[in-house]
Design a protein around this ligand. Structure first.
Ligand code: NDP
Length: 281
């Protein structure tokens, strides 16, 4: 049975669930590919239809895992992939996207992101994104690891086109964007995709999360994800290579954190009081 997942509205009006599926480290050979495919399918079964991947992950191996997972059910999925900055020239972006499409076994990607800023002018990458959009190979484009000044520069360089999302590091232990970028993005209507929402697993078992979890009969992972689900315009993309843990993560959507819970979280993970440069992994 599919749980009621909160939704985030993308520029253009399409709604996607606020809890998706990450894929970094998939396809690297540490876990069984069958188990990784099963994890992504378990997420899709539950309505976690945003799948985030990148040409970088396992040198394309993660995209191949995703391709296998979505075979026969492409229409259910909102696919996100990323071009490396070294490939983000006009011709390079198009070639990278076409290679990703091949590995993913599909003819389009819903949202295609610049993984982080590199040496190519933003206007050049955006021009390539717009070409891909006109060709129907991508539905929308966005960026990743862009701080507020980068975003402002991007809006100027891309005009009249606009990014559909900015994917950044955001979790309870890394709350820097709450000082500025989060609010700015909400005002602009540009969703934030929160990567490493469990701080790469480091939040698991944190005493403050365990304590709050006791009241809600929830795990520390669920509390960490529930916190992000309280934020408007934020899509969290936890990665798990275990179907069981994917199901566990989904149940974060059932938790209603109280103001007392949020106060305890602020005490354990203080929100920022000054500007800090955007952290990235
Ligand atoms: P996460 O914060 O999602 O943590 C993933 C780790 O937590 C894994 O080790 C996973 O192990 C474990 N885990 C997941 N769920 C549970 C659970 N319920 N209980 C216990 N452990 C759990 O880290 P990621 O860095 O993977 O971030 C998520 C996604 O964000 C990435 O996969 C990628 O798609 C994206 N990303 C984007 C970046 C960018 O620059 N744009 C940078 C980094 C990430 P297991 O698999 O064994 O369950």
């Amino acid at each position: 049975m599919k749980a009621e997942l909160p939704a985030v509205t993308l520029p253009g009006g399409r709604q996607v669930p606020a809890l998706g599926l990450g894929t970094w480290h998939m396809g690297e050979g540490y876990a069984s590919p069958d188990e990784e495919v099963a994890s992504l399918r378990a997420g899709l079964d539950l309505g976690m239809t945003v799948i985030d991947t990148a040409e970088m992950y396992a040198d394309g191996g993660a995209e191949e895992v995703v391709g296998e997972a979505i075979r026969g059910r492409r229409d259910e999925v909102f696919l996100v992939s990323k071009v490396l900055p070294y490939n983000a020239s006009r011709a390079g972006t198009i070639a990278a996207c076409e290679a990703s499409l091949k590995r993913l076994g599909t003819d389009h990607i819903e949202l295609y992101l610049l993984h982080w800023r590199g040496r190519y002018p933003l206007a050049e990458t955006v021009e390539a994104f717009e070409t891909l959009k006109a060709q129907g190979k991508i539905g929308a484009w966005g960026v990743s690891n862009f701080d507020e000044p980068d975003m402002k520069e991007l809006l100027g360089a891309a005009e009249p086109s606009r990014p559909a999302a900015n994917q950044v590091l955001y979790n309870l232990a890394r709350r820097g964007i709450e000082f500025d970028l989060l609010r700015w993005s909400q005002v602009q209507g540009i969703p934030i995709m929160a990567y490493s929402p469990l701080d790469e697993g480091r939040l698991i078992g944190h005493p403050a999360l365990e304590e709050i979890g006791l009241v809600h009969n929830a795990s520390s992972a669920q509390v960490a994800l529930a916190f992000l689900l309280t934020k408007a315009g934020v899509i969290a993309i936890p990665k798990s290579g275990s179907p069981e843990r994917v199901r566990e993560n989904l149940r974060a959507a059932e938790i209603r954190l109280t103001s007392e819970d949020l106060r305890l979280l602020d005490a354990a993970f203080p929100p920022p009081t000054r500007k800090r440069p955007l952290e990235m992994i």
